[in-house]
Design a protein around this ligand. Structure first.
Ligand code: ADP
Ligand code: MG
Length: 191
């Protein structure tokens, strides 16, 4: 990472809000972009990608691919296709990804890669790196207690019962490379 990297951090209190973050993220993306999602299993990478697919207006439900490593969702609106890669199942890293031989033009698509922790070193220079972490117990970011109270109030208002701290995620979005230098990521933050 360099001094030109641009970063924003967002607290996300529910799966619905994670999906909404994905929809907001979609507004920043253009053909050829690579979005790297890292975080442990169950962090919310696929949930975020689902919103991203909605935002891009692509065909087909975004799910966790069980039997395939990558899935192509063509645009319904003349925009870029979404290529959704679940690299969590790729043992060998990016080399395997290049072997996928997808029947799609990557420069004309938005490529989203779900990645496990600690495997990002070899990826492309220009990328939006989204790190999703569970906010654990008292170790959440300063102010998270207040945010959690808001989540709780929303859940009660929805009749959805109590939302506990297990639903809180800290999302860090970093634009890496010339593509993202000086980019305004504020559209991702709370309104
Ligand atoms: P991953 O793709 O990172 O393995 P998924 O998106 O498939 O994760 O699953 C995330 C799980 O965590 C879902 O069951 C979702 O309902 C739950 N969850 C709870 N809180 C959140 C949150 N704030 N954001 C995203 N998912 C959440
Ligand atoms: Mg997933």
């Amino acid at each position: 990472m360099s001094t030109t990297d641009t970063t924003t951090r967002i607290t996300v209190n529910s799966p619905d809000l994670m999906q909404e973050l994905g929809r907001r993220l979609a507004t920043l993306l253009r053909p050829g972009d690579l979005v790297l999602l890292s975080g442990e299993l169950g962090a919310g990478k696929t949930t975020l990608t689902r919103g991203l697919g909605e935002g891009l207006g692509v065909r087909g439900a975004v799910t966790s691919p069980t039997f395939v490593i990558a899935r192509v969702h063509p645009s319904l609106t003349g925009g870029p296709a979404l290529v959704h890669v679940d690299a969590y199942r790729l043992g060998g890293g990016l080399d395997e990804m290049e072997d996928l031989d997808l029947d799609v033009s990557l420069p004309e698509s938005v490529v989203v890669v779900e990645w496990g922790e600690g495997k990002v070193e070899e990826l492309s220079e220009d990328r939006l790196h989204v790190v999703i972490a569970r906010a654990v117990g008292g170790e959440a970011a300063p102010g998270a207690g207040g945010v959690r109270d808001v989540a709780h109030a929303d859940a009660v208002a929805d009749g959805a019962g109590v939302t506990d701290g297990d639903d809180v995620r800290e999302v860090t979005v970093t634009g890496v490379g010339a593509r993202w230098a000086g980019a305004d990521l504020s559209a991702l933050g709370p309104t």
